[in-house]
Design a binder for this molecule. Sequence first.
Ligand code: JDH
Length: 245
Amino acid sequence: MRIDVVSIFPEYLAPLELSLIGKARQDGILDLHVHDLRSFTTDRHRTVDDTPYGGGAGMVMKPEPWSQALTAVAEARRGHQGKPVLIVPSPAGERFTQALAHELAGEEHLAFACGRYEGIDERVIEWAGEHFDVRPVSLGDYVLNGGEVAVLAMVEAVGRLLPGVVGNPESLVEESHSDGLLEYPVYTKPAVWRDREVPAILLSGNHGKIAQWRRHEQFRRTSERRPDLLEVFDAGKLPKADRLA
Ligand SMILES: CN1CCN(Cc2ccc(Cn3ccc4ccc(-c5n[nH]c(N)c5C#N)cc43)cc2)CC1
């Protein structure tokens, strides 16, 4: 997979050189290119923002540098099948979910446009639709100062799903949200730590009972912390009787 990221703070994406994503890049699984939006400006001050039409606080990102940057990104993959996906992090985007991460992991080429200030001139999003499958995406219902943090999270969530990135693919199967529920608690040695014991069932060697206990813990945790997920889960999968007794 090729990933292009455009930002006025390219150094913000440096953590993608570390750990599993960094290794995926060294192994050639992930081909990541980070572009400085200011390198696509033409004025002496390398201007990327201006005041908003209609008034209001803050500044808006100018359209022309973005069109130059995104044209360069689209041309980098010319000749490949279909339009690349352009993810535009935004508080007004569709919610980023594990399901969306899986969907994006199936793409050949992902591009990310990291806005700053009060956002990117809306005409860029409209224009980009001629060259990309444009997806405004939100990391969550809170406000960040720009798109870079969201891109770090999304690239990690997508990258770890690519074959060969995570050592044991089994660990991708039983994780939070993979089956619509939160994950069960995990424990390791020592069996007793500061007078706290590991749940005895986990030491029993009875794999059927362990699986049952873990499933129950998933429902208990989800019911306590994310009842909203249970509504979705029940609507789609299990009769009420299979929920917590
Ligand atoms: C007229 N006013 C009406 C209020 N808006 C609100 C607003 C819009 C942007 C920003 C800062 N910002 C700039 C680019 C950018 C990208 C992503 C995110 C982001 N925040 N939270 C997420 N989950 C995000 C993600 N993913 C924030 C961003 C701040 C405040 C401004 C215009």
